[in-house]
Design a protein around this ligand. Structure first.
Ligand code: NAD
Length: 335
């Protein structure tokens, strides 16, 4: 069976997901598009035989021609579309964030439970990255014993002027928030944010770098550096220190050069290329799971947990001190 997918939001990531659904992945086709920018939706539809443009996301979700929904619109619009998809009992893949407030995420969790079906997946693609999966397997296999500490870093070469301090948490570190919790199978209990001296390459509305400190229920301590004007490249680092050894995230594949008295490898510059394979694996898995009536990837509860953690990080960043991470009790539905 081919899954008929409707995509809401044909911006940067929307067009990338449409392209992979239409040309790279198997078992799905894009039959419907919607965007507040109707011209843009028409332009994308022109390259997709059989795809119809709907006047809005709600009409797309309600259409009998659409079996499953991908939400890649602007973040603040996600919650309403995800709730509409749940009401229509259609599987929905929602790019992060699931919603822009923890309360809205919780309302999605409650609606999904009330529907009695697992319908919602959130776009935290690192869980599908080859390197992160290998790291998780090493930890799960007991290669380093119980995890004690995680040291990690999320570095970008540069960001535009419009990128401000909160985005370091809600757009950047949010990927670590989800991936690290999944990596060690542990929940966070508190957050703190340290602000070292600013780089001269930042601007008045961006503290850069910052260090986020997280503590987990099992007492694991995490230090995560976010440095978005590091200049040298897009570099994702993660080292898990356990009782019996240390496991590190593998470097992305890159040819090692010996030339002009130097040994060198290239460091990526573009975040899109760093995780390009994982987006393919993620959406292929979603297609299969949606057909089987399951959710294998990050679910609505994970989206909610990430939102609560991000709120605590923001509170700590703005007010100093240690912010508690308090969530509702995890429903059995997500066991
Ligand atoms: N997982 C990742 O690594 C990753 C990467 C990039 C973006 N994202 C997420 O994907 C989402 C989209 O990001 P983007 O970079 O493509 O943004 P974008 O601004 O390029 O595209 C957003 C699109 O949504 C449309 N839109 C706005 N309001 C709408 C509405 N009410 N209904 C329908 N369409 C609407 C806009 O017209 C635009 O075409 C964001 O939530 C972002 O955080 C995730």
């Amino acid at each position: 069976m081919t899954l008929n997918v409707g995509v809401i939001g044909v911006g940067m990531i929307g067009r990338e997901h449409i392209n992979r659904l239409a040309n790279t992945l198997v078992g799905a086709r894009v039959v419907a598009l919607a965007d507040v920018d109707a011209k843009q939706a028409e332009a994308v539809a022109a390259g997709l035989p059989g795809a119809k443009v709907y006047p809005d996301g709600e009409a797309l979700i309600a259409s009998p021609d659409v079996q499953a929904v991908v939400v890649t619109s602007w973040g603040p619009t996600h919650a309403a579309y995800v709730l509409a998809a749940i009401r229509a009992m259609k599987p929905v893949f929602c790019e992060k964030p699931l919603a822009t407030t923890a309360e809205a995420c919780l309302s999605i969790v409650e609606a999904e439970i009330a529907s009695g079906r697992h319908l919602v997946q959130v776009g935290f693609q690192r869980r599908y990255d080859k390197g992160y999966r290998a790291l998780k397997k090493a930890i799960d296999d007991g290669a380093i014993g119980a995890p004690l500490m995680i040291h990690c870093a999320h570095r970008n070469p540069a960001v535009p002027e419009a990128y401000v301090s909160d985005m370091a948490i809600v757009d950047t570190f949010i990927h670590e928030i989800d991936a690290l919790r999944w990596l060690i199978g542990d929940d966070y209990v508190s957050a703190q944010v340290l602000k070292p001296r600013n780089t001269k390459h930042t601007h008045a509305r961006l503290d850069d770098p910052i260090i986020v400190l997280l503590a987990t229920k099992n007492g694991v301590r995490i230090d995560g550096e976010v440095f978005v004007n590091c200049r040298y490249g897009y570099d994702i680092r993660c080292e898990v220190v356990g009782e019996e050894g240390v496991a590190s995230l593998p470097e992305p594949e890159s040819v090692v050069l010996r030339k002009e008295a130097k040994l060198s490898t290239t460091i990526m510059q573009d975040w899109k290329l760093r995780f390009i394979d994982s987006y393919d694996v993620e959406l292929q898995d979603w297609i299969e799971a949606a057909k089987a009536g399951k959710v294998n990837g990050p679910n609505a509860w994970d989206g909610y947990f990430a939102a609560v953690t991000a709120d605590a990080c923001l509170e700590a960043m703005h007010h100093g001190g240690v912010a508690e991470i308090k969530t509702a009790t995890r429903p059995k539905f997500y066991d």
